[in-house]
Design a protein around this ligand. Structure first.
Ligand SMILES: [Zn+2]
Length: 167
């Protein structure tokens, strides 16, 4: 594979801490990810399997962080998660008993996600990360087990989590 920026430079396999920026939210670093990297300009290319793994690891870290119900989730973070798990705005609005229009307005204003919508978003995230229905199954039951499962399946310990800086 050759670098698109530097003519003819051959990219090499490298292990890096892969940064994931969530707009209006935290910065994540996924540790020890294998990428193709240009030795000259340091541009990186990730294959699709690795890219899917990075997304899952980022999601499980966000899940772990926002799972405590009192923790507010900014609208931009909610949007990032919703898109990463392939959930439509309308679907989440329906699950949490809101109209899609009211919901997308809240997303645009970047107000905190309402707590019921946040719960449903995290439940679907748990399903997505674990590849099971553990999140959905937990509705109305004890939920501590869901947190443990996501933590174990998602390699959360390999993600460095950094809060959004103020301002
Ligand atoms: Zn290059």
């Amino acid at each position: 594979m050759k670098c698109m920026n530097c003519e003819g430079q051959k990219m090499k396999v490298a292990k890096i801490d892969y940064p994931v920026e969530i707009p209006g939210g935290p910065s994540l670093k996924i540790k020890g990810i294998e990428v193709f990297q240009c030795p000259k300009c340091k541009d990186t290319v990730v294959d699709s399997a690795v890219s899917a793994m990075i997304t899952k690891m980022a999601l499980s870290s966000l899940f772990t962080h926002y799972w405590p119900l009192e923790k507010a989730m900014p609208g931009t973070v909610a949007t990032w998660i919703r898109k990463a798990i392939g959930m439509s705005n309308a679907e989440l609005a329906k699950l949490s008993g809101q109209t899609s229009a009211a919901f997308s307005q809240a997303e645009k204003r970047n107000s905190d996600l309402d707590s019921l919508a946040k719960l449903h978003l995290l439940i679907k995230t748990a399903d997505f990360v674990t590849g099971t229905t553990v999140g959905t199954d937990s509705l109305g039951m004890m939920m501590s087990q869901v947190g443990e499962l996501v933590h174990d399946r998602g390699n959360v310990d390999s993600v460095e989590y950094q809060e959004a800086s103020a301002g």
